[in-house]
Every structure is written in structure tokens, then in C-alpha cells.
Design a protein around this ligand. Structure first.
Ligand code: PGA
Length: 251
């Protein structure tokens, strides 16, 4: 049995003070929910403070990006080692990074390899755009993204990765994929591609989250699907009540 995980991607929201306030609201609720992993991904500036706050909580923490070099003259960038000092997870390949910040299949692969080397657990995002979806390219896109991102990742290191299937047209739009539709993509394209890249055992073990307009009202439908192991939540992760309710639905 794969243990469910609900991860919150705060994106570019919350100052340090606001992050502290949200974490204080989240802790009692999330700590009382058993059998689900909870991960929150605040912005870089809040990571150190939040990681201190959650030390005695079961909440885990992730960053939203990193750069693959260990150090150097890369103004504005954050290295895997810097992230690993304050976080366990890191979201990589998010569609917003691919769309606005020139992340490519190749740079996502570099980031995945660097994150794993630093001992971080990547939450690797894949998903098709609306246009690709309408052209029937979902399977091809998702498989291409996975194959590229996982190039040179050993099966042992792959064990540290969670995958998030996030159809781009469902992110922040309120237009969520149907639970059956998301499950089908996850089973037929994501899990099967892991099986062909690694093994059936690796495919069986890897946790695959759905992301895109997950809310308290629709969360349960996703979690009832056999191949969906949790959610990567954007907008609804910024409100303690909503995030706690979604996490409860996964328990
Ligand atoms: P959303 O974002 O829940 O606001 O649609 C999901 C994500 O981008 O991870």
C-alpha cells in the first residue's frame, strides 16, 4: 500500500510573518491526521523559519525550485545544498517554471539529479497544456517529460521521487480534471512509463499525486481512485481549513 501524501505549493504567496501564522494554524489540524504525509512548500524566504517551527510536528517541508550548481556566481539562484539545509522535498518541473522561467526537459533533469545528490526528495511535476490535450498528445507529452526528467536517475535514487501529474489547463483555473480522467492518465501514462523506465516494482511503489484545482469539495473523488496517491495543492493550500480538510480526505 502506498502511503498518501498531500503537498501544498504556496507559490509566490506569504511573507515570513504570514507563513508563521499559517503554519501555526496548520499544525494542530495536520498533526492529528494519521496515515497521510503532509508537506508544505513555502517560498524560499520563509523556509528556515518554517522548518524551525515544524520541528516537533509531523509536517514536512519542501522548496519550490532550485538551481543545479553547488555554488558560484549565479546571482539570485539557490543551490541544492542550501535547500537541503532547511527542507526535505523540492518541487521540480512545475508547469509555471516551464512556462515562465524557461525550465526545459533538460534543465529539469539537471535539477532532479542535483536534488537527489543533495539528499532531497523531488516532487517531479509533469502535465500537458490545453492545446496538447485537445490534440490528443497527453500520453506522448507526459511520457516525454518523465523520460527526460529521469535520465541517468538510478532505480535506488528513483525511490526518493514523488511524481505529480498536473494538467496545465487545470492549474489555478478552477477547471479540475475529472477524477477518472486523471486516474487514467496516471495509470496508463505515468505509472506505465515508470514501469518501462525501471520496473513494475518501481511503478507499484512510486507515489503519484494529482494536482490542479484540488479543493475540499472535490478531493475525495481523486483519493478514491486506485492510482492517485494524494494531491499537490496550490490555491487551497493557502487556507488552513481547506488544506486540513483535503488532507483528512486522503486519510
Ligand atoms: P492549484 O495549483 O491547486 O491552485 O490549481 C496546483 C499547482 O500548481 O500545484
Amino acid at each position: 500500500m502506498r502511503r498518501p501524501c498531500v503537498a501544498g505549493n504556496w507559490k509566490m504567496h506569504k511573507t515570513v510573518q504570514e507563513s508563521i501564522a499559517l503554519v501555526k494554524e496548520l499544525m494542530p489540524g495536520l498533526d492529528s491526521i494519521e496515515k497521510v504525509d503532509s508537506v508544505i512548500c513555502p517560498p524560499f524566504t520563509a523556509l528556515a523559519k518554517v522548518s524551525d517551527l515544524i520541528k516537533d510536528s509531523k509536517i514536512e517541508i519542501g522548496a519550490q525550485n532550485l538551481y543545479w550548481e553547488e555554488q558560484g556566481a549565479y546571482t539570485g539562484e539557490i543551490s541544492p545544498g542550501m535547500v537541503a539545509e532547511v527542507a526535505e522535498y523540492v518541487i521540480l518541473g512545475h508547469s509555471e517554471r516551464r512556462a515562465y522561467f524557461q525550465d526545459t526537459d533538460d534543465t529539469v533533469n539537471k535539477k532532479v539529479l542535483a536534488a537527489l545528490n543533495a539528499g532531497l526528495k523531488p516532487i517531479l511535476c509533469v502535465g500537458e497544456t490545453l492545446e496538447e490535450n485537445e490534440q490528443g498528445k497527453t500520453g506522448a507529452v507526459v511520457k516525454r517529460q518523465l523520460t527526460a526528467a529521469l535520465k541517468d536517475v538510478s532505480v535506488e535514487k528513483f525511490g526518493k521521487i514523488m511524481i505529480a501529474y498536473e494538467p496545465v489547463w487545470a492549474i489555478g483555473t478552477g477547471k479540475a480534471a475529472t477524477a477518472e480522467g486523471a486516474n487514467q492518465v496516471i495509470k496508463e501514462f505515468v505509472r506505465d512509463q515508470v514501469a518501462s523506465l525501471y520496473s513494475n516494482e518501481a511503478a507499484d511503489k512510486v507515489r503519484i499525486l494529482y494536482g490542479g484545482s484540488v479543493k475540499p469539495e472535490n478531493a475525495k473523488e481523486y483519493f478514491q481512485q486506485p492510482d492517485i496517491d494524494g494531491a499537490l495543492v496550490g490555491g487551497a493550500s493557502l487556507k488552513a481549513d481547506a488544506f486540513i480538510q483535503i488532507t483528512k480526505a486522503a486519510a
